[in-house]
Each structure stands twice: as structure tokens, then as C-alpha cells.
Ligand binder design. Structure first.
Ligand SMILES: C[S@@+](CC[C@H](N)C(=O)[O-])C[C@H]1O[C@@H](n2cnc3c(N)ncnc32)[C@H](O)[C@@H]1O
Length: 485
């Protein structure tokens, strides 16, 4: 096994704060439900064991631990700076159900501690070499319980093909020197800028090069080092990833990017008919990627496929729905369910004022003479278009001050605001109602954090603030998301 510093992965700069909503158990439960797959997530309320492999700064683990107090979350990463930071935040936010372990993928497989119901890998699989990918598959084999769920995201081929030459330049530049990563980033930024100027002078124009220049200017050195400067970087065909994971007895469920489960909405009909005639999910998914030029996938797998009717899975589901906006052009979004526009309008209106579960939705459908199957199609279309958000069902009605998850999230949000104010960066806050995190501008994060010496929660601080802009952002957006009471 390779020593940490020989794996070729960036270790001298920390990864930046990121929260991936699609990793949340409620999101994964939703994907299993729409694909008609029974999963361990149905018993989320009793508590599950969840592992984030290659957890980086640990922010997704921290947000999920706050939202799901009856479950236990473990973040694994070989970078001690990542683990130390995440452990400090968990301690300060009182998150006793979040633990972080400094461990490589290779060592994790052979550890004798607990097994897990869910193992997630976000932004890891295509950023490490073949040896690490083998270790990951061995970890999934050894550590995932029967019936367990895997989430794995990766850069996908053939969508990344046209970026390969630029990527190769950056890998070559990074290999040429032993400089610290921060200096390598400066060197790469300068080189790519010059290269773009020369290309322009030669009369070439490349959208990819323009996009890359913009991304290198806009994103932090921390992100660039982890995204572009590792020795290994291999976008993968989805059928190859599926075959790797078959070795851990995993079967493909669907994509955690909900809209991607409805290829009929983005692939032309003759191609869809051709894809539907193919007999394996691997070939079907490969054809969808080729037809749609996909560049990134978030795949969900299960260890032991058990099927159930979608209606049954929806009725016993742990998630809920919430609409954040009511002024929507619904007709466009319904695809082949357009005859239900007026029911969809009622549903959005209802979900704007309440957090609703599927049983509530069914009773609204019954009152309006809409059949269960049609109701499920309408819900799925609205969720796929982001008009209905997936929410934390259990937290419905809970306030920041009284519920366990509300208190944990409030404590976590306070820490995030203080950290953002110190760095002058945006803040990512979590909500006790909706799974997606909310990005607060640096100025508003600063204004809110300034109130902390006199108040103990974002709610209190938001109520006390003098900033009209901040009040507007909180009252309009954050209070709807129950980040404040
Ligand atoms: C691009 S970052 C993604 C971090 C996090 N999942 C996220 O999305 O914010 C990849 C992470 O994998 C970790 N990593 C890379 N190789 C590893 C290995 N061999 N064992 C354990 N962790 C590793 C890195 O330290 C880094 O935190």
C-alpha cells in the first residue's frame, strides 16, 4: 500500500467547505422510491449508520448529523487537517452523532469497527488512481451491510473528452515541480492565461479554454489544487463504474440528480425508444450519457435489489415536500402529465404554506378526483424540475429553539457564520425543513455574525439586525426554510 504522500493526491492544502444535498438520506430515499427500490432508508427514523468516504472538510457529514439526530455519521479522510477541523466543529456544535476518523481507503477496508447502512463518496472516485479505486471497492465490500446504499459521484465520459487536452496540460505542469500546491496553483493560473492569449492570437477559439480561464480565476486555490492538480484524474464511463461496483455486489438504482432519472425529458424520442429496447442498465445508462453529453454523475447503488410499488414506497417515505416559490410556470414542467396543471397548482400552493408528506398529497388528490398514479407522476415531475423541494419530514413543525435537530442546526449555522465572517467568504447554512443548504452572501454573513456577541442564534441575530438587505434575505428566504423561526 502506498504511503499517504505517495498517492499523488493533494495533501498540503485543505479542501474548501462544500455541502452536497444529494448525499442526504432523505434525497437517497427519494431516489430509491421513484425507482421502485426498497431500501434501509425506510427505517431512517430509528437511526442508521452512514459513512462519508473521503469526507474532505466534513461539512456534509456535519449538516447531515445535525438534521438526523437519531442516526450516526462517520467521516473518513486521510488528511489530518480535514479531520482535525471537522472534529473541532462537531465538538463546538455539540454534534455527538458525528465522528471523524483519519484513515486511508486502504486501511479503512481492514478496520474492524462498525459496518454501515449507507456509504457515500462525493468528488472522490475519478480523482484517485486505480489502486485507490480498488481499495474503495474493497471497502464497500467489507463495510456495507446487506440492503445498504452507496452514493458515488464522478466525472463521466464521453462528456469530458474535449477537456482532456487542457487537463493534461495542468497535470504536466503540476508534475514538473515540487512546489507547494498554493504555488503550483499560481503557476497553472498564469500558464493557462498565457496559453489562452496565444491561442487567441493564432485565431483559435475554444469555449473550454475560456471556461477554464474563468473557473481558475473565480475559484479558490484550495478547490483548484484538489480539482486539477492531483496526479491521478480519470473520468470514467458509467458502465465501467457499475462493473467496478458489481464486485461489491452492488446494483444500479438511479441517479441522485433527480431530473436525470427522466431521460425522456432531455433525450429525443427515437433515441429513447432505442435505449428502452436495450436489455442491461449499463448499456442504457451509457447511451443516455452519450446522447446527453453528461459530464458528471451521482449514482445510487444498492446491495441486494428488492422491488416495491412506488406508491407503497412513497407512503412510507421518511421525506417530505415543500415549495419555495408559488409563482411558477407549471405547465411546461409536467411533461406527459400536462392534463393535471390545475392539480399541480393546488399542490404547489399547499406545499408553499405547509411541509407535506405523500399521504397529505394523496388526500389532496382524492379531494380533487386525481388518481394515485397520476398524483405520483405530478409530484415526480415537480420535484425533477425543482418546483417541489425534498424536505426533512421528521422536522416538520419543529422550531430551531425546541427540536433536537433545530438546536443542532442553529449551533452549526452560528459556527458557519463566524467562520465566514472571519474569512470574508459566503456562508453555507443548513435548514431544518429543506435538505438543500442555503448560500448567504459574504456581506450578509458578516452582518449577521456581527450580532453574535449579543445573541446566541442566527434567528435572534436576524431579528435584531439593522441591515434591511439582510432582513429581506432572512425573512424572504431563510425563514421559509425555517433557518429562523
Ligand atoms: C475532492 S475532495 C472531496 C471532499 C468531499 N467529499 C467533498 O465533496 O467536499 C476528495 C477527498 O478525498 C480524500 N482522499 C483522497 N485520497 C484518499 C485516500 N487514499 N484515502 C482517504 N482519503 C483520501 C482527500 O483528502 C479529499 O478530502
Amino acid at each position: 500500500m502506498l504511503d499517504v504522500h505517495q498517492t499523488g493526491y493533494t495533501t498540503d492544502l485543505e479542501y474548501e467547505c462544500r455541502i452536497c444535498a444529494e448525499m442526504d438520506p432523505h434525497y437517497l430515499a427519494y431516489v430509491c422510491a421513484i425507482r421502485g427500490v426498497d431500501s434501509v432508508l425506510a427505517r431512517l427514523a430509528d437511526g442508521i449508520d452512514y459513512c462519508d468516504l473521503g469526507c474532505g472538510s466534513g461539512d456534509s457529514v456535519l449538516a447531515m448529523a445535525a438534521a438526523h439526530p437519531s442516526s450516526r455519521f462517520t467521516g473518513i479522510d486521510f488528511n489530518p487537517a480535514h479531520i482535525a477541523r471537522a472534529q473541532a466543529i462537531a465538538r463546538r456544535a455539540g454534534l455527538t452523532n458525528a465522528r471523524f476518523v483519519e484513515c486511508s481507503f486502504g486501511d479503512f477496508a481492514s478496520r474492524s469497527d462498525t459496518t454501515f447502512d449507507v456509504i457515500a463518496l462525493h468528488g472522490v472516485y475519478s480523482w484517485v488512481g486505480a489502486e485507490q479505486r480498488n481499495e474503495i471497492v474493497a471497502s464497500l465490500s467489507a463495510k456495507l451491510r446487506s440492503g445498504g446504499i452507496v452514493y458515488v459521484s464522478y466525472n463521466v465520459l464521453p462528456g469530458w473528452l474535449s477537456m482532456l487536452p487542457l487537463r493534461q496540460i495542468m497535470i504536466e505542469l503540476a508534475r514538473q515541480t515540487e512546489l507547494p500546491s498554493s504555488q503550483k496553483v499560481a503557476h497553472v493560473r498564469k500558464f493557462i492565461r498565457e496559453f489562452a492569449e496565444i491561442e487567441r492570437a493564432c485565431g483559435y477559439s475554444s469555449r473550454h479554454l475560456d471556461d477554464l480561464c474563468m473557473s481558475l480565476e473565480k475559484t479558490s486555490a484550495n478547490y483548484i489544487a484538489h480539482e486539477y492538480l492531483n496526479r491521478d484524474w480519470y473520468p470514467a464511463f458509467s458502465n465501467e463504474v457499475a462493473r467496478d461496483l458489481h464486485r461489491a455486489k452492488l446494483s444500479f438504482v438511479g441517479e441522485a440528480t433527480v431530473a436525470r432519472n427522466y431521460p425522456e425529458t432531455f433525450v429525443p424520442t427515437p433515441m429513447i425508444e432505442f435505449i428502452e429496447r436495450q436489455s442491461t442498465p449499463e448499456l442504457q445508462q451509457l447511451l443516455i450519457d452519450i446522447s446527453s453529453g453528461a459530464t458528471f454523475r451521482r449514482d445510487v447503488f444498492v446491495r441486494g435489489m428488492r422491488r416495491s410499488p412506488v406508491r407503497h414506497l412513497f407512503e412510507s417515505a421518511p421525506f417530505s415536500f415543500l415549495a419555495l416559490d408559488r409563482n411558477l410556470d407549471i405547465g411546461e414542467s409536467l411533461g406527459n402529465a400536462t392534463s393535471f396543471v390545475s392539480f399541480a397548482g393546488l399542490l404547489i400552493e399547499h406545499a408553499f404554506s405547509n411541509v407535506v408528506n405523500f399521504v397529505d398529497v394523496l388526500s389532496l388528490a382524492a379531494q380533487n378526483g386525481v388518481a394515485t398514479e397520476d398524483c405520483s407522476r405530478v409530484v415526480q415531475a415537480l420535484v425533477a424540475r425543482g418546483m417541489l423541494q425534498i424536505g426533512h419530514g421528521a422536522a416538520f413543525g419543529a422550531s430551531e429553539a425546541t427540536s433536537t435537530e433545530g438546536k443542532s442546526m442553529s449551533a452549526l449555522n452560528c459556527l458557519r457564520l463566524q467562520e465566514a465572517a472571519m474569512k470574508g467568504s459566503d456562508a453555507l447554512l443548513c435548514s431544518n425543513v429543506v435538505v438543500k443548504p442555503v448560500q448567504l452572501s459574504a456581506a450578509n454573513a458578516q452582518a449577521l455574525a456581527n450580532r453574535f456577541p449579543v445573541s446566541d442564534s442566527p434567528s435572534a441575530a436576524a431579528r435584531n439586525t439593522d441591515s434591511v438587505d439582510l432582513k429581506r434575505e432572512f425573512v424572504r428566504k431563510l425563514s421559509r426554510l425555517r433557518i429562523i423561526e
